[in-house]
Design a protein around this ligand. Structure first.
Ligand code: SAJ
Length: 450
């Protein structure tokens, strides 16, 4: 490292280790908001930047923009705003005074093309580039398709700023591992990959994260960091797809996948996940596509797209179970009344992003069914479940919310016009459902009589 480069590094490293560095966090969502709060708590002067004026106003008023239960976040944000260490703005000019800039904007995948839609990322990089100063550490926390940091982020920042990566500024990819309901806990306690475009960049990022992360900081290069994040979620998607495929096989053979899974997992080193009515959420469905988005022309992934197809096929499979259940009672989907229990993407949460229930409801309505949705965690649907079920021809359990496990099945069955129960998450056993008077169709449970 030549002297001026050495001085640039030492000066920034000192500013970070003494918490005197000024920080800008671009994107005040699930990732950026806790991040900004924790760095402010560590003593840094932090400016949060977001294009949504409402978010900026809420934070400036000391109110968290994050819905749902997030332990400690509301109080921490209010305290940091009150102390003056955390402020929010829509103006990117704040980046010109920042020695560290973290970007945490969404990186969705186009539903049809299955390719990254980087509009928000490109916009953030271009806006930052216009204000980027030499000697700044830039960290990308958004989940990225492997190769994005080097082939998209670095050139965009260089073009907009006239600076050169590594020589004039430091660039790192350090993917978040947030989970709704555990935003601060995961930030503090999850191991974190720190992928630098140079070893010096990674070293600076480690010094920064050491201020807020109690777990391991695993240093690597940017490409490896991109691969780790997208692969860890694609891995889970493939695991779930395996469970779903075995469930469909069990249905066709007249077996019970839940018993099969229980016994498979008694074999050492096995951990078959749960089959279910679909795979939703803000990361698992999209990260598999990000992982393979830049696969070279010489490599055509087979397993990962196939797993996506299996998991995307589960809501339509639940629809087939409903169709079969109604047919057994001499009814058709068209003109039927269907109660869908669960609209969130995951049990005991209010988050409905990429919800499998949304896919199912759209298809049911397109086929002429009238649908009543219930979900105890979502304000729009958290009325009395017996009202949602009353007069219906089929009730579908799409999410294993704890509240559903104590349902009075016999009581619900009496309210229905036709007693069909389709269980997409094995909340009830066949004997419980049939004992309550239902004609029961369980995902992964074949018809022994058939
Ligand atoms: N699902 C199944 N079967 C399973 C597990 C999940 O069908 O055995 C479905 C769920 O119903 C849901 C979807 O998959 O619709 C995703 O569920 P998830 O348990 O993976 O929860 P997420 O989407 O919140 O994933 C997060 C991720 N964490 C981070 O990104 C930091 C993921 O990497 C974690 O593995 C996961 O939480 C976790 O383990 O809880």
């Amino acid at each position: 490292m030549n002297t001026s480069a050495g001085e640039m590094f030492e000066s920034l490293h000192a500013a970070i280790t003494t918490s005197e560095a000024t920080i800008a966090v671009i994107g005040l969502g699930f990732v950026g908001t806790p991040l900004a709060c924790k760095f402010a708590e560590a003593g840094f002067q932090v400016t949060g930047i977001d294009i949504a004026p409402t978010k900026v106003e809420r934070i400036s008023g000391g109110i968290s923009p994050i819905e749902g239960k997030e332990p400690r976040l509301k109080e921490l944000l209010a305290e940091q705003v009150r102390s003056g260490r955390l402020r929010a703005t829509t103006d990117y000019k704040a980046c010109s005074e920042a020695q560290v800039v973290l970007i945490a904007v969404e990186t969705p995948v186009d539903r049809r093309a299955k390719k990254p839609r980087y509009h928000e990322l490109r916009s953030a990089l271009a806006s930052l580039g216009n204000h980027l100063q030499a000697g700044t550490l830039v960290i990308l926390e958004s989940t990225l398709a492997p190769g994005t940091t080097q082939r998209l982020a670095a050139p965009l920042l260089e073009e907009a700023s006239g600076l050169s990566v590594d020589r004039d500024f430091y660039l790192v990819h350090s993917p978040e591992r947030v989970m709704p309901g555990r935003l601060l806990a995961n930030l503090e306690n999850c191991d974190r990959v720190v992928g630098g475009m140079s070893p010096q960049a990674a070293e600076l990022a480690v010094a920064l994260y050491r201020k807020v992360v109690k777990a391991d900081l695993d240093v690597t290069d940017a490409l490896t960091a991109e691969l780790v994040k997208t692969a860890e979620n694609a891995y889970r998607d493939v695991q779930i797809a395996f469970a779903n495929e075995v469930a469909l096989l069990c249905e066709s053979l007249g077996a019970d996948v839940w018993r099969v899974r229980e016994l498979v997992n008694k074999s050492p080193g096995r951990n078959m996940l749960y089959p279910g009515a679909g795979v939703g959420g803000h990361c698992i469905p999209k990260d598999a596509w990000l992982l393979i988005a830049n696969a070279g022309i010489d490599f055509h992934p087979m397993l990962i797209p196939a797993a996506r197809a299996v998991n995307d096929g589960m809501p339509p499979h639940v629809l087939d179970l409903v169709r079969r259940g109604l047919a057994a009672e001499g009814k058709e989907l068209e003109g039927s009344r269907i109660a869908v229990l669960g609209y969130a993407y995951l049990e005991n949460t209010d988050d409905s992003r990429n919800s499998p229930s949304e896919v199912l409801v759209d298809r049911l309505q397109a086929l002429g069914a009238t649908v009543q949705i219930h979900d105890p965690w979502i304000a729009a649907y958290n009325g009395d479940v017996s009202k949602a079920v009353s007069g219906s021809d089929a009730v579908i359990i799409m999410v294993a919310h704890d509240a559903y496990r104590s349902l009075d099945l016999a009581g619900l069955c009496k309210l229905m016009r036709t007693p069909v129960l389709v269980d997409g998450r094995r909340v009830f056993s066949p004997s419980q459902a049939e004992g309550a008077g239902f004609s029961f169709f369980g995902l992964g449970i074949g018809d022994r009589k058939g």
